[in-house]
Design a protein around this ligand. Structure first.
Ligand SMILES: [Zn+2]
Length: 355
């Protein structure tokens, strides 16, 4: 599904900036990054999972495209989450890059050579494949080429914040994609790092609460729907904390969930906290939260018009939904809850040992 380029001028300016850049010092940077990628196989699977190297690649690509590193990181991470959700349709193409581009889109729909890596013929057939590492080839299995190709497709619309959103819309034709990439970019920009995957248990781990795996059991209150989440029973007023680094997507009343809040993380998962007695006042939709940060308090709101409470014992209903591009699917949060609880207790113990 290739779209016509909006203006030859925009396309030309991309080409020209790439050439100018290559002539003026691009080679030095390409060399520096070549030395870096020479250690790729070693850095992969080490303590930071190759994140340091990835950050260097985003920085290099930022110089090349005029996008901010966190916008590029956001694109790459969004693509990665789509592939995680649909691994068969979107097999891994590179080593570290999350970007997936189909053969048709890469080479051009009418290109007889589906595996074309010649930038010139790819352009003739309106493919989006580009050379991002300066080796003269546009290879669909090369990380820099993959990321640069998507960035170059977006760059046709410009590199300002507004242009970026328009470019994303033209690339995905899905308003959720635009929202996700912008959310991810805000998270990366706020923390200025890639390592944002630590989790926390939603209630203070040293408090009184109880929960068990209830996935798929019928709702205790209000009918036959499959129970999409885990109920954590606790005293009214106990702090409810974000489990992840994320962005507040929704905050307000919902007939079933009562006072509820929804938070999006970098794995493109939506974390849903329901039946709260109240919200942390300062928190608004669009705000960034960290794991362990208080977002509200345990309550028994819900099952009625705004303000209804006390129809059931106080508990936190916690659900996680995975965005698969067009639809969101609930999955059982119990194993993650259990892991976060264990990891947080371990962190508390080791902090005690090494104050
Ligand atoms: Zn529940």
């Amino acid at each position: 599904m290739l779209r016509k380029y909006p203006a030859a001028a925009a396309l030309l300016s991309v080409t020209v900036s790439w050439l100018v850049f290559s002539a003026a010092g691009g080679a030095a940077i390409a060399q520096a990054s070549g030395a870096e990628s020479g250690t790729k196989s070693q850095t992969h699977g080490t303590e930071d999972g190759g994140l340091h190297e990835r950050r260097l690649e985003y920085d290099r690509m930022a110089l090349l495209t005029g996008f901010a590193w966190y916008q590029l990181a956001a694109i790459d991470q969004y693509e990665r989450t789509l592939s995680d959700a649909k691994p068969k349709e979107r097999p891994k193409l590179g080593q570290w890059a999350g970007v997936y581009i189909s053969e048709e889109k890469w080479a051009g729909e009418l290109n007889p050579d589906k595996g074309d890596s010649n930038p010139k013929s790819i352009r003739v057939f309106n493919g989006i494949g580009r050379d991002g590492d300066g080796d003269g080839k546009a290879e669909r299995t090369n990380d820099a080429d993959l990321l640069y190709s998507e960035a170059a497709a977006l760059l046709r619309y410009g590199s300002s914040q507004e242009d970026f959103a328009i470019g994303l819309w033209e690339y995905y034709h899905n308003i959720r994609s635009v929202q996700r990439v912008k959310q991810f970019a805000k998270l990366y920009e706020t923390f200025d790092r890639l390592d944002l995957f630590q989790g926390s248990f939603p209630l203070p781990v040293k408090s009184q609460y109880s929960y068990r795996s209830t996935w798929g059991t019928a709702r205790s209150w209000g009918g036959y729907r499959i129970h999409e989440g885990t109920d954590i029973f606790a005293h009214h007023g106990l702090p409810v904390r974000s489990t992840v680094y994320g962005i507040v997507e929704i905050k307000g009343w919902n007939a079933y969930g009562g006072w509820r809040i929804g938070i999006r993380d970098l794995n493109n998962r939506y974390h849903y906290y329901a039946h709260l007695s109240g919200f942390e006042k300062k928190l608004e939709a669009g705000d960034v939260v960290t794991p362990g940060q208080t977002i509200g308090w345990v309550g028994s709101s819900g099952y009625g018009k705004p303000g209804t409470q006390g129809k059931f014992p106080p508990h936190l209903h916690y659900g996680i939904y995975r965005d698969r591009g067009w639809v969101e699917w609930a999955f059982d949060p119990y194993p993650l809850l259990h892991r976060w609880e264990r990891e947080e207790l371990q962190r508390l113990r080791s902090a005690k040992r090494n104050p």
